[in-house]
Design a protein around this ligand. Structure first.
Ligand SMILES: Cc1cc2nc3c(=O)[nH]c(=O)nc-3n(C[C@H](O)[C@H](O)[C@H](O)COP(=O)(O)O)c2cc1C
Length: 373
């Protein structure tokens, strides 16, 4: 027991906030370390008029915090930054709470690991299951949506809006040949390597991967992040170059090449989908332009191309190169296309030769189809 009484709070506070979340230990924590969290919590919370409970069980924290809205928000900010735990999932954020559920506890810490009470078993199983579900959901959910949930925002309540975005589109060159020549597991491995490199580079520069469409990655950056979008694209090209060089001679990764297209424009950002499946994504002409511009990488013998609007947002540190005006496939309008004067963006030979190199490598390494008897 915390020993600190809060019977009087309900009388004075009219509306409060209650937050419920689970998280995972970032590393194994001793009983003493968890106890320390409890001690500091009790001291701070009694000062701030916060009450609640903190359960720990098999590497999982489950906490309920209640108190005045600003105090809860301030505390939760601190808790989110705490490196003793991670994978924080806000299960519930309640406003206009009139009554505390734990008025007598400034923060009651209960470790369920040492508790063998049969009545506690279902709670232990519940927490364990919640932790597992969280891991599964996190691998299917895009980062921005997860972050909203982590911050106690229900992403379904985010209203759609028009915003300026830079759209990133990338896909694998000769992917059809790859699927024809390789075993399923090899195709999946190649795709996963490509998606991992893209996701890491894009998130590191503040962008958001919104979907994988076949062998395609679609992402977006805020309209004023042209430098970041370009840098992330170069990081991806550089990581792929390293991957190709480090891969064994008989690996398909030796011929993993991609094209990247960037465009900028006003898009509709929000939850789009059906009752049962939604995506937090962007739609609009800039998205189509990005994918069409990306297709021009083949024609222009460059791995990275972008529109004039992206170019306009770049700082002076880049040397953009105007490649010309092009009619993008399926569009009437002419697009002014640029690339950057950086070795990473150049296809060393022309595109047809690159395609042939990929095809020959795949033929060399693929297992021959057994002869029909
Ligand atoms: C799972 C978990 C729960 C926590 N709960 C609280 C809490 O209820 N109150 C609190 O003040 N700190 C809590 N902390 C600790 C804060 O993250 C932070 O370390 C602490 O508030 C810093 O206190 P100080 O500003 O007095 O140094 C918690 C940390 C973890 C990992």
């Amino acid at each position: 027991m915390s020993g600190i009484e809060f019977f009087s709070y309900n009388k004075y506070l009219s509306y409060m906030k209650r937050l419920t979340y689970i998280s995972k230990f970032a590393r194994s924590l001793t009983k003493r370390e968890v106890g320390n969290i409890g001690n500091i919590s009790q001291t701070n919370n009694s000062r701030e008029g916060i009450t609640g409970i903190l359960l720990s069980c098999n590497g999982i924290f489950f906490q309920i915090l209640e108190g005045e809205e600003d105090s809860i928000d301030r505390l939760y900010e601190k808790i989110l930054q705490d490196d003793r735990h991670n994978q924080i999932l806000c299960l519930k954020s309640e406003l206009n709470v009139t009554e505390r559920s734990f008025p007598q506890w400034s923060m009651e810490v209960i470790s369920l690991d040492e508790n063998n009470d049969i009545l506690m078993q279902p709670i232990k199983i519940l927490l364990q299951t919640l932790g597992e579900s969280q891991t599964i959901l996190a691998s299917y959910t895009q980062l921005g949506v997860l972050q909203a949930i982590e911050n106690g925002i229900n992403p379904l309540t985010l209203t759609p809006r028009y915003t300026e975005k830079i759209i990133f589109f990338a896909d694998i060159i000769s992917f059809t040949s790859i699927t024809e020549k390789l075993e399923v597991a090899e195709v999946v491995d190649l795709l996963n390597q490509f998606f991992t490199i893209c996701t890491k580079a894009i998130s590191a520069r503040g962008g958001e991967v919104t979907k994988f469409i076949g062998d395609c990655v679609m992402a977006y950056f805020n309209g004023d992040q042209a430098d970041n979008a370009l840098q992330a694209s170069l990081d991806i090209l550089s990581d792929l170059e390293i991957l190709r060089h480090q891969a064994p001679a008989n690996s398909p990764l030796r011929v993993l090449y991609i094209g990247i297209g960037l465009s900028k424009g006003t898009v509709l950002e929000g939850n789009i989908g059906s009752q049962t499946k939604k995506e937090y994504t962007v739609i609009g002409d800039a998205v189509n332009v990005a994918s069409r511009i990306e297709a021009l990488t083949r024609q222009l013998n460059r791995f990275l191309v972008f529109s004039a609007a992206v170019r306009e947002g770049l700082s002076d540190r880049w040397r953009p190169e105007r490649l010309g005006d092009f009619k993008a496939k399926g569009k009437d309008a002419i697009v002014e296309v640029y690339s950057i004067d950086d070795l990473l963006t150049f296809q060393k030979s022309d595109f047809q030769k690159l395609k042939l190199e990929i095809k020959q490598h795949l033929e060399l390494i693929s297992t021959p189809t057994p002869e029909l008897v």
